[in-house]
Design a protein around this ligand. Structure first.
Ligand code: NAD
Ligand code: IPM
Ligand code: MN
Length: 358
């Protein structure tokens, strides 16, 4: 049986790291005897928008729903299309319409990557950010009124539903219960955001009762960001609302050395809809076209996709290959964000060769 994968490279470095993601997936599929059937789409990119006046074709849902997984690069090119139009017209639609309510973002310091934090070595940082991915601060409830007058006002409500909060907390507690340290940290701001965040805390407390073996703590988001820098070794599973999770999942990988390696899985755990796998980073217009983007975020996202499709051994082989290639510390293949002078293709090829060699 072959797995049908929809591929959307998107914009900027999305189009540069995607071929490396596919290269490594193909090498892995060959080694493990997995059949992957890729179909490439040009939509969900700003160039598609410039040509068609929309980010996605009208029948995108019918087109993508039959796929087993979606493999995405990065989207956004603010000089061509305002970000809120490109992102709300593509990625944020996928997350909502396909009910990908978990955004799972591992953060791990790896051999060969130099952390900007003094005294931190590989292995010191190893946690997951579990981000709520369909509601919270990213709501479409609100509007602009009295435009152009002194009374001009904009409102955007934060939405937390019991179902939405409980299901992400449950996923995070289950994940924490399976990990050796069994620790869960909740990101909150219930001292200042006085309705939604106390509700979040209340639901954390209620969920914790079902997981007596999991140690639970909580930090307000301001000091939590400080503790990511000062004590990244404290964390095991960190659960947060949509916005807090977004912020923490750039900060965490930056503390390990570069956001270029960070992967993410936008998951619909029930499997009713396809899940989406993409690097945490964006289209990086500042380095796009130079061939120097780090492809590891895309490649590791491919590993998460294989895990999700039931091939944990193959997913692990990719992560092992990433670590082995990084550990070599070969400056001629590491990309500049890893203090090397290699290209996107050099690093992608080295990982693919390592996987193929077994
Ligand atoms: P970004 O993640 O694209 O870039 C931030 C910085 O990190 C830049 O200096 C960039 O060069 C560097 N960087 C990012 N990925 C890298 C990689 N793989 N290798 C080496 N360096 C890397 O964030 P931004 O600049 O805020 O956003 C640029 C565009 O991407 C915007 O349109 C934004 O909305 C969009 N964006 C999309 C996604 C997504 O598709 N999931 C995520 C974040 C941002
Ligand atoms: C991410 C991105 C997106 C988000 C943006 C581009 C809308 O930053 O996937 O982390 O905020 O979710
Ligand atoms: Mn982000």
């Amino acid at each position: 049986m072959s797995h049908k994968i929809a591929v959307m490279a998107g914009d900027g470095i999305g189009t540069e790291v995607m071929p490396e993601g596919i290269r490594v997936l193909e090498a892995t599929a060959e080694r493990f005897g997995i059949a992957l059937d890729f179909t490439h789409f040009d939509f969900a990119s700003c160039d598609y928008y410039l040509e068609h006046g929309r980010m996605l074709p009208e029948d995108w849902r019918e087109t993508l729903e039959p796929f087993d997984a979606l493999f995405y690069g990065a989207v956004g090119w603010p000089e061509k299309v305002p970000d809120h139009i490109s992102l709300w017209g593509s990625l944020l639609q996928f997350r909502r319409v396909f009910d990908q309510y978990i955004n799972l973002r591992p953060c791990r310091s790896m051999p060969g990557i130099r952390s900007p934090l003094a005294g931190r070595a590989p292995g010191d940082i190893d946690f997951y950010v579990v981000r709520e991915n369909t509601e919270g601060e990213y709501s479409s409830i609100g509007g602009k009124m009295f435009e152009g007058t002194d009374r001009e006002v904009v409102v955007q409500e934060t939405v937390m539903t019991r179902t939405g909060v409980d299901r992400v907390l449950k996923y995070a507690f289950e994940l924490a219960a399976k990990r050796p340290r069994r620790k869960l940290t909740s990101a909150t701001k219930s001292n200042g955001i006085s309705i939604t965040m106390p509700y979040w805390d209340e639901r954390v407390q209620a969920m914790a009762e079902g997981y007596p073996d999991v140690t639970v703590d909580k930090f307000h988001i301001d000091i939590l960001t400080a503790n990511f820098v000062l004590h990244p070794d404290w964390f095991d599973v960190v659960v947060g609302s949509n916005l807090f999770g977004d912020i923490l999942s750039d900060l965490g990988p930056a503390c390990t050395g570069t956001i270029g390696v960070a992967p993410s899985a936008n998951i619909n755990p029930e499997g009713r809809f396809p899940s989406l796998f993409e690097p945490v980073h964006g289209s990086a217009p500042d380095i796009a076209g130079k061939g120097i983007a780090n492809p590891i975020g895309q490649i590791w996202s491919g590993a998460m996709m294989l895990d999700h499709l039931g091939h944990e051994d193959a997913g692990k082989a990719i992560v092992d290959a990433i670590e082995a290639v990084l550990a070599r510390g070969d400056e001629t293949i590491l990309t500049p964000d890893l203090q090397g002078r290699g290209t996107t293709g050099d690093l992608g090829r080295a990982i693919a060769e390592h996987v193929a060699a077994g």
